[in-house]
Write a protein that binds this ligand. Structure first.
Ligand code: MG
Ligand code: MG
Length: 627
Protein backbone atom coordinates (compact mmCIF):
# COMPACT_ATOMS: atom_id res chain seq x y z
CA UNK A 1 0.00 0.00 0.00
CA UNK A 2 1.53 3.30 -1.07
CA UNK A 3 1.49 6.32 1.22
CA UNK A 4 1.35 9.87 -0.07
CA UNK A 5 0.85 13.44 1.13
CA UNK A 6 -0.30 16.60 -0.60
CA UNK A 7 2.45 19.21 -0.66
CA UNK A 8 -0.04 21.87 0.54
CA UNK A 9 -0.20 20.06 3.87
CA UNK A 10 3.28 21.32 4.77
CA UNK A 11 5.05 24.63 5.27
CA UNK A 12 8.25 25.64 3.54
CA UNK A 13 9.66 25.70 0.02
CA UNK A 14 9.13 22.81 -2.38
CA UNK A 15 12.69 21.63 -1.70
CA UNK A 16 12.14 21.64 2.06
CA UNK A 17 8.83 19.81 1.68
CA UNK A 18 10.31 17.07 -0.51
CA UNK A 19 13.19 16.50 1.91
CA UNK A 20 10.77 16.21 4.85
CA UNK A 21 8.38 13.91 2.95
CA UNK A 22 11.21 11.63 1.91
CA UNK A 23 12.65 11.53 5.44
CA UNK A 24 9.28 10.64 6.95
CA UNK A 25 8.98 7.57 4.70
CA UNK A 26 6.21 8.34 2.20
CA UNK A 27 6.13 6.83 -1.30
CA UNK A 28 4.74 9.85 -3.12
CA UNK A 29 3.18 13.30 -3.22
CA UNK A 30 0.10 15.03 -4.53
CA UNK A 31 1.32 18.14 -6.24
CA UNK A 32 -0.48 21.48 -6.50
CA UNK A 33 0.24 23.91 -9.29
CA UNK A 34 0.96 26.72 -6.82
CA UNK A 35 3.86 24.63 -5.51
CA UNK A 36 5.86 25.15 -8.63
CA UNK A 37 4.47 28.52 -9.68
CA UNK A 38 6.75 29.84 -6.93
CA UNK A 39 9.49 27.37 -7.87
CA UNK A 40 12.22 28.58 -10.20
CA UNK A 41 12.25 25.73 -12.68
CA UNK A 42 10.25 24.09 -15.48
CA UNK A 43 7.61 21.41 -14.65
CA UNK A 44 10.04 18.86 -16.09
CA UNK A 45 12.63 19.92 -13.48
CA UNK A 46 10.02 19.66 -10.73
CA UNK A 47 9.18 16.11 -11.80
CA UNK A 48 12.86 15.16 -11.84
CA UNK A 49 13.42 16.72 -8.44
CA UNK A 50 10.52 14.72 -6.96
CA UNK A 51 11.89 11.48 -8.41
CA UNK A 52 15.41 12.35 -7.21
CA UNK A 53 13.94 12.25 -3.70
CA UNK A 54 12.76 8.69 -4.34
CA UNK A 55 9.15 9.90 -4.57
CA UNK A 56 6.50 9.66 -7.27
CA UNK A 57 3.79 12.15 -8.12
CA UNK A 58 0.68 10.18 -7.20
CA UNK A 59 -1.74 12.94 -8.21
CA UNK A 60 -1.88 16.37 -9.81
CA UNK A 61 -4.58 18.67 -8.47
CA UNK A 62 -6.94 20.43 -8.52
CA UNK A 63 -8.87 21.00 -11.74
CA UNK A 64 -11.96 23.07 -10.95
CA UNK A 65 -15.26 23.87 -12.65
CA UNK A 66 -15.25 21.37 -15.51
CA UNK A 67 -18.56 19.55 -15.80
CA UNK A 68 -22.07 20.60 -16.79
CA UNK A 69 -21.18 23.91 -18.45
CA UNK A 70 -23.03 25.50 -21.42
CA UNK A 71 -21.09 26.82 -24.41
CA UNK A 72 -18.77 28.67 -24.76
CA UNK A 73 -17.61 27.75 -21.25
CA UNK A 74 -17.69 24.05 -22.03
CA UNK A 75 -15.20 24.29 -24.91
CA UNK A 76 -12.94 26.50 -22.82
CA UNK A 77 -13.02 23.97 -19.98
CA UNK A 78 -11.96 21.19 -22.37
CA UNK A 79 -9.13 23.38 -23.72
CA UNK A 80 -7.98 24.06 -20.18
CA UNK A 81 -8.00 20.31 -19.48
CA UNK A 82 -5.79 19.65 -22.52
CA UNK A 83 -3.21 22.17 -21.25
CA UNK A 84 -3.18 20.44 -17.87
CA UNK A 85 -2.60 17.07 -19.56
CA UNK A 86 0.45 18.64 -21.26
CA UNK A 87 1.70 19.89 -17.91
CA UNK A 88 1.14 16.48 -16.31
CA UNK A 89 3.14 14.80 -19.07
CA UNK A 90 6.04 17.13 -18.28
CA UNK A 91 5.74 16.51 -14.55
CA UNK A 92 5.58 12.78 -15.10
CA UNK A 93 2.20 11.86 -13.63
CA UNK A 94 -0.91 10.33 -15.21
CA UNK A 95 -3.66 11.07 -12.66
CA UNK A 96 -5.48 14.37 -12.12
CA UNK A 97 -8.19 15.31 -9.63
CA UNK A 98 -11.27 17.07 -10.99
CA UNK A 99 -13.43 18.42 -8.18
CA UNK A 100 -17.15 18.93 -8.58
CA UNK A 101 -18.03 22.25 -10.12
CA UNK A 102 -18.78 25.41 -8.18
CA UNK A 103 -19.10 27.41 -11.43
CA UNK A 104 -22.11 29.79 -11.29
CA UNK A 105 -23.09 28.75 -14.87
CA UNK A 106 -22.89 24.99 -14.21
CA UNK A 107 -26.22 23.45 -15.26
CA UNK A 108 -26.35 20.28 -13.22
CA UNK A 109 -27.79 17.02 -14.53
CA UNK A 110 -26.15 13.67 -13.84
CA UNK A 111 -26.21 12.65 -17.54
CA UNK A 112 -24.84 15.99 -18.77
CA UNK A 113 -21.90 15.65 -16.38
CA UNK A 114 -21.46 11.97 -17.35
CA UNK A 115 -21.39 12.91 -21.05
CA UNK A 116 -18.72 15.56 -20.36
CA UNK A 117 -16.58 13.03 -18.54
CA UNK A 118 -17.08 10.38 -21.24
CA UNK A 119 -15.83 12.88 -23.85
CA UNK A 120 -12.95 13.89 -21.58
CA UNK A 121 -12.08 10.23 -21.04
CA UNK A 122 -11.55 9.79 -24.79
CA UNK A 123 -9.09 12.69 -24.91
CA UNK A 124 -7.35 11.58 -21.70
CA UNK A 125 -6.93 8.04 -23.07
CA UNK A 126 -5.16 9.35 -26.18
CA UNK A 127 -2.54 10.95 -23.93
CA UNK A 128 -2.32 8.10 -21.42
CA UNK A 129 -3.96 10.19 -18.67
CA UNK A 130 -6.56 9.26 -16.06
CA UNK A 131 -9.10 11.60 -14.47
CA UNK A 132 -10.52 11.17 -10.97
CA UNK A 133 -13.74 12.97 -10.03
CA UNK A 134 -14.23 14.16 -6.44
CA UNK A 135 -17.45 15.48 -4.89
CA UNK A 136 -16.66 18.65 -2.98
CA UNK A 137 -18.83 18.99 0.11
CA UNK A 138 -19.82 22.45 -1.18
CA UNK A 139 -20.12 21.62 -4.92
CA UNK A 140 -22.90 23.44 -6.75
CA UNK A 141 -24.81 20.37 -7.97
CA UNK A 142 -22.66 17.47 -6.78
CA UNK A 143 -21.70 17.45 -3.10
CA UNK A 144 -21.98 13.74 -2.24
CA UNK A 145 -19.69 10.88 -3.30
CA UNK A 146 -22.77 8.81 -4.22
CA UNK A 147 -23.71 11.30 -6.95
CA UNK A 148 -20.10 11.57 -8.10
CA UNK A 149 -20.02 7.78 -8.37
CA UNK A 150 -23.23 7.77 -10.42
CA UNK A 151 -21.64 10.25 -12.85
CA UNK A 152 -18.49 8.12 -13.13
CA UNK A 153 -20.60 4.98 -13.56
CA UNK A 154 -22.63 6.52 -16.40
CA UNK A 155 -19.53 8.05 -18.04
CA UNK A 156 -18.46 4.43 -18.31
CA UNK A 157 -14.94 5.11 -19.50
CA UNK A 158 -11.82 3.25 -18.33
CA UNK A 159 -9.88 6.54 -17.93
CA UNK A 160 -12.54 8.13 -15.72
CA UNK A 161 -12.77 7.10 -12.06
CA UNK A 162 -13.80 8.32 -8.64
CA UNK A 163 -11.73 10.08 -5.99
CA UNK A 164 -12.88 9.78 -2.39
CA UNK A 165 -11.94 12.27 0.30
CA UNK A 166 -12.79 11.42 3.91
CA UNK A 167 -13.36 15.07 4.77
CA UNK A 168 -15.98 15.61 2.06
CA UNK A 169 -17.86 12.44 3.00
CA UNK A 170 -17.61 12.58 6.79
CA UNK A 171 -17.75 16.37 7.09
CA UNK A 172 -21.22 16.26 5.55
CA UNK A 173 -22.23 13.38 7.78
CA UNK A 174 -22.63 10.94 4.84
CA UNK A 175 -22.58 7.31 5.96
CA UNK A 176 -19.21 5.88 4.87
CA UNK A 177 -20.78 2.39 4.61
CA UNK A 178 -22.23 3.53 1.24
CA UNK A 179 -18.67 3.33 -0.15
CA UNK A 180 -18.82 -0.47 0.09
CA UNK A 181 -21.13 -0.50 -2.98
CA UNK A 182 -18.51 1.02 -5.28
CA UNK A 183 -16.20 -1.29 -7.24
CA UNK A 184 -12.63 -0.82 -5.97
CA UNK A 185 -11.10 -0.59 -9.44
CA UNK A 186 -13.24 2.50 -10.20
CA UNK A 187 -11.81 4.31 -7.17
CA UNK A 188 -8.70 5.94 -8.61
CA UNK A 189 -7.45 7.66 -5.47
CA UNK A 190 -8.26 8.15 -1.78
CA UNK A 191 -7.55 11.30 0.19
CA UNK A 192 -7.62 11.37 3.96
CA UNK A 193 -8.16 14.09 6.50
CA UNK A 194 -9.71 14.29 9.93
CA UNK A 195 -11.14 17.41 11.59
CA UNK A 196 -12.25 18.55 15.02
CA UNK A 197 -16.03 18.64 15.50
CA UNK A 198 -16.76 22.33 15.11
CA UNK A 199 -20.05 23.60 13.78
CA UNK A 200 -19.05 26.05 11.03
CA UNK A 201 -19.19 26.76 7.32
CA UNK A 202 -17.97 23.62 5.47
CA UNK A 203 -15.59 25.45 3.15
CA UNK A 204 -13.96 27.43 5.96
CA UNK A 205 -13.76 24.32 8.16
CA UNK A 206 -12.11 22.38 5.34
CA UNK A 207 -9.55 25.04 4.41
CA UNK A 208 -8.36 25.83 7.93
CA UNK A 209 -9.12 23.03 10.39
CA UNK A 210 -8.40 19.71 8.72
CA UNK A 211 -5.91 17.57 10.62
CA UNK A 212 -4.27 14.16 10.50
CA UNK A 213 -6.40 11.00 10.88
CA UNK A 214 -6.70 10.38 14.63
CA UNK A 215 -6.10 14.03 15.56
CA UNK A 216 -9.74 15.03 15.02
CA UNK A 217 -13.19 13.65 15.74
CA UNK A 218 -14.35 12.21 12.40
CA UNK A 219 -14.82 8.41 11.98
CA UNK A 220 -11.91 8.13 9.51
CA UNK A 221 -11.30 4.49 10.44
CA UNK A 222 -14.87 3.56 9.45
CA UNK A 223 -14.37 5.44 6.17
CA UNK A 224 -11.14 3.59 5.44
CA UNK A 225 -12.59 0.20 6.41
CA UNK A 226 -15.31 0.75 3.80
CA UNK A 227 -12.75 1.83 1.19
CA UNK A 228 -10.58 -1.24 1.77
CA UNK A 229 -13.63 -3.53 1.62
CA UNK A 230 -14.13 -2.47 -2.04
CA UNK A 231 -10.77 -4.00 -2.99
CA UNK A 232 -9.17 -0.57 -3.51
CA UNK A 233 -5.41 -0.92 -3.90
CA UNK A 234 -4.24 2.58 -4.86
CA UNK A 235 -2.38 5.11 -2.70
CA UNK A 236 -3.68 6.54 0.55
CA UNK A 237 -2.88 10.20 0.63
CA UNK A 238 -3.12 12.99 3.19
CA UNK A 239 -4.68 16.23 2.01
CA UNK A 240 -4.59 18.52 5.04
CA UNK A 241 -5.34 22.21 5.01
CA UNK A 242 -4.51 23.49 8.46
CA UNK A 243 -3.33 26.94 9.54
CA UNK A 244 -1.13 25.56 12.32
CA UNK A 245 0.55 23.06 10.00
CA UNK A 246 1.21 25.78 7.41
CA UNK A 247 3.12 27.66 10.11
CA UNK A 248 4.54 24.59 11.85
CA UNK A 249 7.65 22.46 11.50
CA UNK A 250 7.89 20.89 8.02
CA UNK A 251 9.60 17.74 9.24
CA UNK A 252 7.37 17.44 12.35
CA UNK A 253 4.10 17.68 10.41
CA UNK A 254 5.37 15.27 7.73
CA UNK A 255 6.34 12.77 10.43
CA UNK A 256 3.01 13.15 12.25
CA UNK A 257 1.16 12.52 8.98
CA UNK A 258 3.08 9.34 8.27
CA UNK A 259 2.45 8.17 11.84
CA UNK A 260 -1.27 8.82 11.41
CA UNK A 261 -1.45 6.78 8.18
CA UNK A 262 0.38 3.77 9.61
CA UNK A 263 -1.74 3.82 12.80
CA UNK A 264 -4.94 4.18 10.75
CA UNK A 265 -4.16 1.27 8.45
CA UNK A 266 -3.22 -0.89 11.45
CA UNK A 267 -6.61 -0.08 12.96
CA UNK A 268 -8.29 -1.00 9.66
CA UNK A 269 -6.37 -4.29 9.49
CA UNK A 270 -7.44 -5.19 13.02
CA UNK A 271 -11.07 -4.16 12.46
CA UNK A 272 -11.37 -6.04 9.15
CA UNK A 273 -9.40 -9.25 9.73
CA UNK A 274 -11.06 -11.03 6.81
CA UNK A 275 -9.65 -8.57 4.24
CA UNK A 276 -6.30 -9.57 2.79
CA UNK A 277 -4.59 -6.18 2.98
CA UNK A 278 -1.20 -5.43 1.51
CA UNK A 279 0.24 -4.24 4.83
CA UNK A 280 3.11 -5.25 7.07
CA UNK A 281 1.60 -6.23 10.45
CA UNK A 282 2.85 -4.16 13.36
CA UNK A 283 2.50 -4.77 17.13
CA UNK A 284 -0.78 -3.58 18.68
CA UNK A 285 -1.17 -0.40 20.71
CA UNK A 286 0.53 -0.89 24.04
CA UNK A 287 -1.32 -0.92 27.37
CA UNK A 288 0.59 1.08 30.01
CA UNK A 289 0.58 0.40 33.72
CA UNK A 290 1.71 3.86 34.70
CA UNK A 291 4.80 5.99 35.20
CA UNK A 292 7.79 3.93 36.36
CA UNK A 293 10.05 6.94 36.88
CA UNK A 294 10.55 10.60 36.09
CA UNK A 295 14.13 11.69 35.51
CA UNK A 296 15.43 15.20 36.01
CA UNK A 297 18.57 16.51 34.36
CA UNK A 298 20.07 18.93 36.85
CA UNK A 299 23.40 20.03 38.33
CA UNK A 300 25.10 21.65 41.30
CA UNK A 301 23.02 24.11 43.33
CA UNK A 302 19.93 23.40 41.29
CA UNK A 303 20.31 19.69 42.05
CA UNK A 304 20.57 20.43 45.78
CA UNK A 305 17.44 22.62 45.59
CA UNK A 306 15.57 19.84 43.79
CA UNK A 307 16.67 17.32 46.43
CA UNK A 308 15.51 19.65 49.21
CA UNK A 309 12.16 19.95 47.44
CA UNK A 310 11.93 16.14 47.20
CA UNK A 311 12.87 15.72 50.87
CA UNK A 312 10.20 18.18 52.03
CA UNK A 313 7.70 16.20 49.92
CA UNK A 314 8.56 13.06 51.91
CA UNK A 315 10.89 11.36 49.42
CA UNK A 316 13.91 9.41 50.64
CA UNK A 317 17.14 8.82 48.77
CA UNK A 318 16.74 5.13 47.98
CA UNK A 319 19.93 4.48 46.05
CA UNK A 320 22.84 5.76 43.99
CA UNK A 321 23.78 4.61 40.51
CA UNK A 322 26.64 2.10 40.25
CA UNK A 323 28.55 4.12 37.63
CA UNK A 324 26.99 7.55 37.27
CA UNK A 325 26.23 10.75 39.15
CA UNK A 326 22.61 9.71 39.40
CA UNK A 327 20.49 9.16 42.50
CA UNK A 328 17.10 7.58 43.01
CA UNK A 329 14.48 9.21 45.24
CA UNK A 330 11.47 7.16 46.16
CA UNK A 331 8.17 7.27 48.00
CA UNK A 332 5.58 4.55 47.58
CA UNK A 333 5.63 3.61 43.88
CA UNK A 334 6.94 7.01 42.81
CA UNK A 335 10.52 7.11 41.60
CA UNK A 336 12.30 10.35 40.83
CA UNK A 337 15.73 10.04 39.25
CA UNK A 338 18.13 12.96 39.76
CA UNK A 339 20.76 12.92 37.04
CA UNK A 340 23.80 15.19 37.31
CA UNK A 341 25.80 13.63 34.47
CA UNK A 342 27.45 16.17 32.17
CA UNK A 343 27.54 13.78 29.20
CA UNK A 344 24.84 12.00 27.21
CA UNK A 345 21.17 12.89 26.92
CA UNK A 346 20.83 14.24 30.48
CA UNK A 347 23.91 16.43 30.09
CA UNK A 348 22.68 17.79 26.76
CA UNK A 349 19.17 18.41 28.16
CA UNK A 350 20.57 20.36 31.11
CA UNK A 351 22.82 22.41 28.84
CA UNK A 352 19.85 23.33 26.63
CA UNK A 353 17.15 23.88 29.27
CA UNK A 354 18.61 24.03 32.75
CA UNK A 355 16.94 21.73 35.30
CA UNK A 356 14.33 19.83 33.34
CA UNK A 357 12.54 16.49 33.06
CA UNK A 358 14.73 14.75 30.48
CA UNK A 359 13.30 11.25 30.55
CA UNK A 360 10.04 9.50 31.43
CA UNK A 361 9.90 5.80 32.17
CA UNK A 362 6.65 3.98 31.52
CA UNK A 363 5.65 0.56 32.82
CA UNK A 364 4.40 -1.59 29.96
CA UNK A 365 3.64 -5.27 29.46
CA UNK A 366 6.22 -5.65 26.67
CA UNK A 367 9.00 -3.09 26.31
CA UNK A 368 10.43 -4.56 23.10
CA UNK A 369 7.03 -4.60 21.37
CA UNK A 370 6.51 -0.98 22.43
CA UNK A 371 9.68 0.09 20.67
CA UNK A 372 8.80 -2.05 17.64
CA UNK A 373 5.41 -0.32 17.29
CA UNK A 374 6.98 3.09 17.83
CA UNK A 375 9.53 2.43 15.10
CA UNK A 376 6.84 1.23 12.69
CA UNK A 377 5.07 4.54 13.36
CA UNK A 378 8.19 6.41 12.29
CA UNK A 379 9.55 7.14 15.77
CA UNK A 380 13.28 7.05 16.33
CA UNK A 381 14.66 4.50 18.80
CA UNK A 382 16.97 5.93 21.43
CA UNK A 383 20.05 4.29 22.87
CA UNK A 384 23.02 5.30 24.90
CA UNK A 385 26.12 3.24 25.68
CA UNK A 386 25.55 1.13 28.79
CA UNK A 387 28.26 0.79 31.39
CA UNK A 388 29.22 -2.34 33.34
CA UNK A 389 26.37 -3.78 35.39
CA UNK A 390 23.75 -1.68 33.59
CA UNK A 391 20.61 -3.01 31.91
CA UNK A 392 19.86 -2.04 28.33
CA UNK A 393 16.39 -0.56 28.70
CA UNK A 394 14.43 -0.03 25.44
CA UNK A 395 13.77 3.64 24.68
CA UNK A 396 12.50 5.99 22.00
CA UNK A 397 12.70 9.66 21.23
CA UNK A 398 9.40 11.41 21.83
CA UNK A 399 8.50 14.74 20.27
CA UNK A 400 10.58 17.85 21.00
CA UNK A 401 13.76 15.91 21.79
CA UNK A 402 12.28 14.06 24.78
CA UNK A 403 13.13 10.47 25.65
CA UNK A 404 10.87 7.69 26.95
CA UNK A 405 12.10 4.42 28.44
CA UNK A 406 9.97 1.30 28.77
CA UNK A 407 10.15 -1.07 31.69
CA UNK A 408 8.47 -4.46 31.79
CA UNK A 409 8.49 -7.31 34.29
CA UNK A 410 8.76 -10.09 31.67
CA UNK A 411 12.32 -9.20 30.63
CA UNK A 412 13.47 -8.49 34.19
CA UNK A 413 13.93 -4.82 33.36
CA UNK A 414 11.89 -3.87 36.42
CA UNK A 415 14.89 -5.04 38.49
CA UNK A 416 16.85 -1.98 37.31
CA UNK A 417 16.49 -0.22 40.68
CA UNK A 418 18.04 -3.11 42.54
CA UNK A 419 20.68 -3.84 39.89
CA UNK A 420 21.83 -0.31 39.04
CA UNK A 421 20.96 1.62 42.21
CA UNK A 422 21.16 -1.00 44.96
CA UNK A 423 17.69 0.09 46.03
CA UNK A 424 15.70 -2.48 47.95
CA UNK A 425 13.55 -0.51 50.43
CA UNK A 426 10.23 1.10 49.53
CA UNK A 427 9.99 4.22 51.73
CA UNK A 428 6.42 5.25 52.52
CA UNK A 429 7.31 8.83 53.51
CA UNK A 430 4.29 11.08 53.85
CA UNK A 431 1.87 8.72 52.14
CA UNK A 432 2.35 9.68 48.48
CA UNK A 433 1.73 6.49 46.55
CA UNK A 434 1.96 6.94 42.77
CA UNK A 435 2.06 9.49 39.99
CA UNK A 436 -1.50 10.64 39.29
CA UNK A 437 -0.62 12.64 36.19
CA UNK A 438 2.10 14.46 34.33
CA UNK A 439 1.47 17.91 32.88
CA UNK A 440 3.41 18.78 29.75
CA UNK A 441 3.60 22.29 28.38
CA UNK A 442 4.14 22.97 24.70
CA UNK A 443 3.38 25.55 22.08
CA UNK A 444 -0.16 25.31 20.76
CA UNK A 445 1.16 24.22 17.32
CA UNK A 446 2.70 21.12 18.87
CA UNK A 447 -0.40 19.89 20.72
CA UNK A 448 -1.94 17.81 17.94
CA UNK A 449 1.36 16.05 17.31
CA UNK A 450 1.76 15.15 20.97
CA UNK A 451 -1.81 13.87 21.19
CA UNK A 452 -1.19 11.68 18.16
CA UNK A 453 2.12 10.51 19.61
CA UNK A 454 0.42 9.13 22.72
CA UNK A 455 -2.81 7.83 21.19
CA UNK A 456 -1.11 6.07 18.24
CA UNK A 457 1.47 4.27 20.38
CA UNK A 458 -0.41 3.46 23.57
CA UNK A 459 -3.87 2.37 24.56
CA UNK A 460 -4.81 5.92 25.47
CA UNK A 461 -7.73 8.11 24.52
CA UNK A 462 -7.97 11.85 24.25
CA UNK A 463 -10.49 14.15 25.88
CA UNK A 464 -11.99 17.22 24.23
CA UNK A 465 -9.76 20.31 24.31
CA UNK A 466 -10.66 22.88 26.97
CA UNK A 467 -9.57 26.48 27.50
CA UNK A 468 -7.76 27.49 30.70
CA UNK A 469 -7.70 31.18 31.48
CA UNK A 470 -4.41 32.62 32.59
CA UNK A 471 -4.76 36.30 33.59
CA UNK A 472 -2.41 37.10 30.67
CA UNK A 473 -3.83 34.90 27.95
CA UNK A 474 -5.33 31.61 27.02
CA UNK A 475 -3.90 28.13 27.48
CA UNK A 476 -5.52 25.18 25.74
CA UNK A 477 -5.54 21.92 27.61
CA UNK A 478 -6.18 18.35 26.50
CA UNK A 479 -5.96 15.11 28.43
CA UNK A 480 -4.68 11.81 27.09
CA UNK A 481 -5.19 8.87 29.41
CA UNK A 482 -5.20 5.11 29.66
CA UNK A 483 -8.71 3.65 30.04
CA UNK A 484 -8.07 2.64 33.67
CA UNK A 485 -6.33 5.94 34.52
CA UNK A 486 -2.98 4.17 35.09
CA UNK A 487 -1.33 6.81 32.91
CA UNK A 488 -2.70 10.33 32.58
CA UNK A 489 -0.98 13.17 30.77
CA UNK A 490 -2.34 16.68 30.48
CA UNK A 491 -1.07 18.61 27.46
CA UNK A 492 -1.11 22.37 27.79
CA UNK A 493 -0.69 24.48 24.68
CA UNK A 494 0.42 28.07 25.17
CA UNK A 495 0.26 30.70 22.49
CA UNK A 496 1.31 33.74 24.52
CA UNK A 497 4.65 34.13 26.26
CA UNK A 498 2.93 36.16 28.96
CA UNK A 499 0.93 33.19 30.22
CA UNK A 500 2.53 31.11 32.94
CA UNK A 501 2.74 28.16 30.55
CA UNK A 502 4.14 30.37 27.78
CA UNK A 503 6.90 31.76 29.98
CA UNK A 504 7.83 28.28 31.12
CA UNK A 505 7.99 27.25 27.49
CA UNK A 506 10.22 30.09 26.34
CA UNK A 507 12.52 29.51 29.32
CA UNK A 508 12.76 25.78 28.77
CA UNK A 509 13.25 25.87 24.98
CA UNK A 510 10.42 23.64 23.92
CA UNK A 511 7.85 21.28 25.28
CA UNK A 512 8.49 19.57 28.55
CA UNK A 513 6.97 18.40 31.79
CA UNK A 514 5.95 21.39 33.89
CA UNK A 515 4.29 19.69 36.81
CA UNK A 516 4.07 16.25 38.35
CA UNK A 517 0.98 15.30 40.33
CA UNK A 518 1.49 12.81 43.16
CA UNK A 519 -1.41 10.82 44.57
CA UNK A 520 -2.20 10.25 48.24
CA UNK A 521 -5.07 8.36 49.83
CA UNK A 522 -5.41 11.03 52.54
CA UNK A 523 -4.36 14.52 51.51
CA UNK A 524 -4.99 16.00 54.98
CA UNK A 525 -2.69 13.50 56.70
CA UNK A 526 -0.05 13.91 53.96
CA UNK A 527 -0.12 17.71 54.05
CA UNK A 528 0.02 17.80 57.86
CA UNK A 529 3.08 15.52 57.82
CA UNK A 530 4.72 17.62 55.11
CA UNK A 531 4.01 20.87 56.97
CA UNK A 532 6.02 19.44 59.87
CA UNK A 533 9.04 18.82 57.64
CA UNK A 534 9.26 22.18 55.96
CA UNK A 535 7.12 21.73 52.85
CA UNK A 536 6.02 25.13 51.53
CA UNK A 537 2.69 24.95 49.74
CA UNK A 538 1.46 27.49 47.24
CA UNK A 539 -0.57 29.89 49.37
CA UNK A 540 -4.19 30.23 48.29
CA UNK A 541 -6.01 33.49 49.14
CA UNK A 542 -9.08 33.97 51.33
CA UNK A 543 -11.22 34.85 48.31
CA UNK A 544 -10.56 31.39 46.84
CA UNK A 545 -12.14 29.78 49.92
CA UNK A 546 -15.00 32.29 49.88
CA UNK A 547 -15.64 31.29 46.29
CA UNK A 548 -15.52 27.57 47.19
CA UNK A 549 -18.03 28.14 50.00
CA UNK A 550 -20.34 29.80 47.49
CA UNK A 551 -19.97 27.14 44.78
CA UNK A 552 -20.05 23.98 46.91
CA UNK A 553 -21.83 22.74 49.98
CA UNK A 554 -18.71 22.18 52.13
CA UNK A 555 -18.90 21.85 55.94
CA UNK A 556 -17.24 24.91 57.59
CA UNK A 557 -14.80 22.74 59.60
CA UNK A 558 -13.63 20.98 56.42
CA UNK A 559 -13.26 24.30 54.61
CA UNK A 560 -11.19 25.65 57.52
CA UNK A 561 -8.90 22.59 57.41
CA UNK A 562 -8.49 23.00 53.65
CA UNK A 563 -7.62 26.66 54.04
CA UNK A 564 -5.14 25.97 56.83
CA UNK A 565 -3.28 23.53 54.57
CA UNK A 566 -3.82 25.47 51.27
CA UNK A 567 -5.80 22.57 49.82
CA UNK A 568 -7.92 23.22 46.72
CA UNK A 569 -11.14 21.41 45.92
CA UNK A 570 -13.26 20.36 42.99
CA UNK A 571 -16.14 17.93 42.56
CA UNK A 572 -18.27 16.55 39.80
CA UNK A 573 -21.33 14.30 39.97
CA UNK A 574 -19.05 11.28 40.35
CA UNK A 575 -16.68 12.35 43.08
CA UNK A 576 -14.34 14.80 44.73
CA UNK A 577 -10.81 16.02 44.08
CA UNK A 578 -8.44 17.67 46.55
CA UNK A 579 -5.23 19.36 45.41
CA UNK A 580 -2.27 21.13 46.96
CA UNK A 581 0.56 22.72 44.98
CA UNK A 582 4.21 23.18 45.82
CA UNK A 583 5.98 26.48 45.23
CA UNK A 584 7.59 26.70 41.81
CA UNK A 585 11.29 25.84 41.52
CA UNK A 586 13.94 25.74 38.79
CA UNK A 587 12.26 28.07 36.34
CA UNK A 588 8.62 27.20 36.86
CA UNK A 589 8.48 23.46 37.60
CA UNK A 590 6.19 22.41 40.43
CA UNK A 591 4.65 19.42 42.16
CA UNK A 592 1.00 18.82 42.93
CA UNK A 593 -0.45 16.56 45.59
CA UNK A 594 -3.86 15.09 44.83
CA UNK A 595 -6.48 12.92 46.46
CA UNK A 596 -8.88 11.67 43.86
CA UNK A 597 -12.14 9.88 44.56
CA UNK A 598 -11.91 6.89 42.18
CA UNK A 599 -14.77 8.03 39.95
CA UNK A 600 -13.70 11.68 39.62
CA UNK A 601 -12.27 11.99 36.12
CA UNK A 602 -11.07 15.60 35.99
CA UNK A 603 -7.95 17.50 36.99
CA UNK A 604 -9.38 20.39 38.95
CA UNK A 605 -9.60 22.57 35.83
CA UNK A 606 -11.88 25.16 37.54
CA UNK A 607 -9.02 25.80 39.98
CA UNK A 608 -6.37 26.44 37.33
CA UNK A 609 -6.94 30.23 37.03
CA UNK A 610 -6.70 30.57 40.86
CA UNK A 611 -3.55 28.44 40.92
CA UNK A 612 -1.96 30.47 38.11
CA UNK A 613 -2.79 33.77 39.78
CA UNK A 614 -1.35 32.51 43.09
CA UNK A 615 1.84 31.36 41.35
CA UNK A 616 2.26 34.72 39.67
CA UNK A 617 1.74 36.46 43.04
CA UNK A 618 4.28 34.16 44.71
CA UNK A 619 6.96 34.83 42.10
CA UNK A 620 6.36 38.60 42.23
CA UNK A 621 6.72 38.45 46.03
CA UNK A 622 10.11 36.81 45.54
CA UNK A 623 11.12 39.71 43.30
CA UNK A 624 11.62 37.54 40.22
CA UNK A 625 9.69 37.91 36.97
CA UNK A 626 6.38 36.04 36.92
CA UNK A 627 6.71 32.61 35.36
MG1 MG B 1 -9.75 16.44 -1.69
MG1 MG C 1 -2.47 19.03 37.57
Amino acid sequence: MKTSIATVSLSGSLTEKLAAIQAAGYDGIEIFEQDFIAFDGAPRDVGRMVRDHGLEITLFQPFRDFEGLPEPYRTKAFDRAMRKFDLMAELGTDLVLFCSSCHPRALGGIDRAADDFAALGERAAKRGMRVGYEALAWGKHVDDHRDAWEIVRRANHPNIGLILDSFHTLGRGIDPETIRRIPGDKIFFVQLADAPKIDMDLLYWSRHFRNMPGEGDLPVTDFMRAVMATGYSGPISLEIFNDQFRGGSTTGVARDGYRSLIALMDDVRRAEPSLALDLDPIPARVPTQGVAFVEFATRGDEARALERQLATLGFARAGSHVNKAVTLWQQGDIRIVVNEETEGHAGASYNARGTTVCDIGLSVTDAAATVARARALGTEAFSQATGPGELDIPAIRGNSGSVLHFIDPASGLDRVWEVEFGATARPTGAGLTRIDHLAQTMSYEDMLGWTLFYTSLFEMRKSPMVDVFDPDGLVRSQVVEAPDGALRVTLNGADSHRTLAGRFLSDSFGASVQHIALATDDIFATCETLAGQGFEPLVMPQNYYDDLAARFDIAPELLARMQALNILYDADERGTYFQCYSRAFAGGLFFEIVERAPAYVGFGAPNAPFRIAAQKRASRAKGIPAR
